[in-house]
Design a protein around this ligand. Sequence first.
Ligand SMILES: Cc1cc2nc3c(=O)[nH]c(=O)nc-3n(C[C@H](O)[C@H](O)[C@H](O)COP(=O)(O)OP(=O)(O)OC[C@H]3O[C@@H](n4cnc5c(N)ncnc54)[C@H](O)[C@@H]3O)c2cc1C
Length: 459
Amino acid sequence: MMTGAEYRASLNDGRSIFFEGERVEDVVCHPILGPAVDVVARCYDHFHTTRPGAESPLMGVPRSAEDLRSRIPMLHDADLVAHVTYQSIMTLTTAASRIGDPKYAERVAAFVAHVQRRDLRVTECITDAKGDRSRAPGQQSDPDAYTRVVERRADGVVIRGAKLHISGACLGHELMVIPTKAMKPGEEAYAIACAVPVNAPGVKIVNTSYAPRHADTRDFPISAKNNCPEGFVIFDDVFVPAERIFLDGEVKHATVFAHSLGLWERLGGLSFLADEADQLVGFAQLIAEANGLAREAHVREKISEMIIHATLVRATLEAAISGCGFGADGTAYPDELYTNAGKYHGAANYNLMVRHLHDIAGGSVLTAPAIADLENNEVGPLVRKYMAGADGDGERRLKLFHAIRDLTADAYGGWKFVTNIQAGGGLYAQRIVTRKHYDLEGAKRKALKIAGMAEGAAH
Ligand SMILES: Cc1cc2nc3c(=O)[nH]c(=O)nc-3n(C[C@H](O)[C@H](O)[C@H](O)COP(=O)(O)OP(=O)(O)OC[C@H]3O[C@@H](n4cnc5c(N)ncnc54)[C@H](O)[C@@H]3O)c2cc1C
């Protein structure tokens, strides 16, 4: 396994990355992206020291419900790039087994082995620029709105296009490029799946980040320690050798990758939503206690509703895992119905849970003075005195407000609002998959039975 230092050194590979109008020559030392590199490096060091000589725990495929379950806390302790690496490996493995073409299966296996051997990080490039959303890839006024093959050579293809919002793209080593939606006959050039090194000629990554820009990051106790940029990844005529191509023109298989990724992406999203729901309950109870309102009826009701939400989200996660299915190669897959319904429910109601937390907490979520104000000789003691609530500890209450603001009401909080809804394909996508896997005929039979209309009427 790589160490954190080896990982840092590996990023000095000529990659072409940009941030707020400037080309970034050294991502490791960059004031905003550098701390995100440190987060990934710390995880490399953690795996290296806790499992010396062993394969990275991200790399093996799960073989049982217990394997699926035990990976969740490990992935939550890991950084986001480690998380998407695991999801990428699972996506490719799942898709190769579903497509069943030995040529692609062999290439996927070789790529996964390469990633495992060198302990690389892979990010997920699926979402295209998409241009006019009402038009198919082949009907766009700009044919590059969806990533496509623009040239064929004896030893590979040249691709052009852009994949947007890619989590951690500039922090990984490989980009897993897969089609974002179904393709029709005539759209063969868009049915392309492949792996591209981040430093391949023609790859350019424009980054954004919610990382705090403040000199004193103590007021950002959550996002300062753990942040990850998104990349606007441009493929400006990038050559991909044949052995790195996992789909090339077979339009009927174009959706297999998106569906495979969706399953793993939403299981990851659901598992985070389950923890986040507990965190929101925890903050609501802590701030209610600090404010002296924990016994107030309307506060208890809101927290009870948050507890029910957290419990149901966790229950769907558990159902998704314990109801897992198995592929021909023995890989365990989470249950589609519970994964999608749980992810949808958790994401769709997240904003309501945050509303309850804000309602309970009060305006200091936004206006609590900075930690540095506590250290000012003139106002520090007064800030402490007037921030005190029920337990008389003004500093503790102030720190709770900073944590709540950082998590729910500042740059990171805004990022979370949108990410919970859009990541994994948006709420609409989860509704479609849930409906597809729900037993609608069974529901009709139950309705007909209770109506006394059962016999021969289940159509
Ligand atoms: C922080 C963050 C991280 C992300 N990380 C990744 C990543 O690592 N890799 C990756 O590939 N993607 C990633 N995504 C992208 C995410 O999957 C997309 O944002 C999501 O799929 C929606 O696509 P879009 O943003 O282009 O919005 P749009 O596709 O424009 O969707 C906007 C709305 O329009 C609806 N819509 C779109 N097209 C149609 C249509 N034809 N008919 C009817 N309704 C339509 C959608 O359902 C949605 O409600 C990330 C997103 C965020 C916010």
